[in-house]
Ligand binder design. Structure first.
Ligand SMILES: [Zn+2]
Length: 300
């Protein structure tokens, strides 16, 4: 026996992608766009409207059963749309993450290149200092007096200091590059993984879209068939309640003497009326159409 509870739209588990590290900006607009993309897709082609049965010709019991069926079908459609709506978000989350990682890798590479340029310059400075030292040493050999020799010695000492400073800087820069290359490697690894995830997700999305569109078309047909038994006034009321209800339920069964939608108690006389199937009875609190569990068993 089916109950209203069973047909409630399942919340599709929204798997959250791994926490973003680098970029966490503007995902909202993208997400909204992704949702709209799904929403505007013409999923179920409207079949030519089937002729409705005249209201007087349909017994109340049949109407109740049709309403109950309609609710089950519409809830299934809701849940399909929820699933289909969340996958594009996962895809766009992944795309954001990949973009962030790629930017990181590029930035690291640029920084490394800059440091390498600086190292090259420092090496040139060392070379220059060495050639200056050579030149001064040669000049020392030809020094005419102690003062000239001494001043050349000072110059040579100064160039040696220059070389030392440059060598120290180079080793610092090299250490910087080493630590950066570790970070680049791990960012590259993450990037590769995420790209794999994205490929997988996109494939999954395509499959689910194709599959659910087929399913939704089938359900839409069934929904139209059930609507034939329900007069317009009632159908409009049903749709209005569904729109306003958090879980999209407009037809609920009586469970433990209470409304299966809002859980308020139903007076005994009203429960009796519901069981008699002589009138369409709505919950006084939430306006949902109430059916007894037996309705699920009624044959159309
Ligand atoms: Zn209620």
């Amino acid at each position: 026996m089916a109950t209203a509870k069973k047909t409630a739209p399942k919340k599709a588990s929204a798997k959250k992608a791994a926490p973003k590290k680098a970029t966490a900006k503007k995902p909202v607009a993208k997400k909204v766009a992704a949702m709209k993309e799904v929403a505007k897709k013409p999923v179920a082609k409207k079949a030519a409207p089937l002729k409705k049965f005249p209201s007087g010709a349909v017994p109340i019991e049949k109407k109740l059963r049709a309403l109950f069926d309609l609710q089950g079908i519409d809830s299934k459609i809701d849940s399909i749309r929820t699933i289909r709506g969340e996958l594009p978000l996962e895809v766009s989350d992944l795309e954001d993450e990949i973009e962030g990682l790629a930017t990181r890798v590029t930035n690291f590479k640029d920084e490394t290149e800059k440091i390498e340029d600086t190292i090259t310059n420092k090496k040139l400075e060392i070379k220059e200092s060495k050639s200056i030292i050579k030149k001064y040493e040669k000049q020392q050999g030809n020094a005419r007096n102690n003062r000239e020799f001494g001043s050349l010695a000072k110059e040579i000492e100064f160039q040696h200091l220059n070389i030392q400073v440059a060598e120290k800087k180079i080793s610092e820069f090299k250490m910087g590059i080493d630590s950066k290359s570790d970070t680049i490697d791990s960012a590259k690894k993450d990037l590769k993984e995420r790209k794999g995830d994205l490929k997988h997700k996109k494939k999954e999305l395509d499959e689910i879209v194709a599959e659910t569109e087929k399913e939704e078309r089938k359900l839409s047909k069934k929904s139209t068939e059930a609507e034939r038994y329900i007069e317009d006034r009632l159908l409009i009321a049903y749709k209005r309640v569904r729109l306003n209800a958090r879980n999209g339920l407009a037809v609920v069964s009586v469970e433990r003497n209470s409304c299966g939608g809002c859980f308020n108690k139903i007076p005994p006389q009203r429960q009796l009326d519901i069981r008699l199937h002589k009138k369409i009875i709505v919950c006084e609190h939430c306006g949902r159409i109430l059916v007894d569990p037996e309705i699920a068993e009624v044959k159309l």
